[in-house]
Design a protein around this ligand. Structure first.
Ligand code: FES
Length: 154
């Protein structure tokens, strides 16, 4: 079953009654797909006759929903063998504890998203991260904090 079919099947469980069942529908879709996709939002909006902006607005109000799509600052964190041996995990933990950001997630405010990758071809300079294709080497949590602080102050 394709994602589109899954979304339509979920919508079929509810009577099409405007926004009344919206939260339940979004919960079911997230349970099925693991996150809310742009496609899901569009299909739900079309079926319920609700503008997608309203669905995004409602869904972002609730912590429980996860969205796909890159954030304004897309972090690629290398967790390949070399970077891992040099402490990449500490950077992952930092992002998880301080930004509440885990692999594959985008923050609800759209500021940051995280993608863990296996090698960025600069192993001797690890741990390596890139943010919006700008590369940073020898990254540790202290350096990561400074990089992120600089980005959010721009
Ligand atoms: S393992 Fe990280 S750059 Fe190669």
């Amino acid at each position: 079953m394709s994602n589109t079919e899954k979304i339509e099947e979920i919508l079929g469980r509810y009577s099409y009654s405007g926004a009344d069942n919206l939260i339940s529908i979004l919960q079911d879709i997230q349970n099925e797909l693991g996150k809310l996709t742009e496609e899901a939002i569009v299909i739900v909006g079309h079926n319920l006759q609700i503008p997608t902006s309203k669905i995004y607005g409602l869904a972002t109000f609730y912590n429980q929903f996860k969205f796909e799509g890159k954030g304004k600052n897309h972090i690629c964190l290398c967790n390949g063998t070399s970077c891992w041996l040099k402490g990449a995990k500490r950077n992952l933990v930092y992002l998880k504890e301080n930004l509440k950001l885990e692999n594959g997630q985008t923050l609800r405010n759209g500021e940051f998203s995280l993608e863990v990758v296996t090698c960025m071809g600069a192993c001797e300079h690890g741990p390596v991260i890139s943010i919006n294709n700008e590369y940073f080497s020898d990254v540790n949590p202290e350096k990561l904090k400074k990089i992120l602080d600089d980005l959010t102050q721009e």
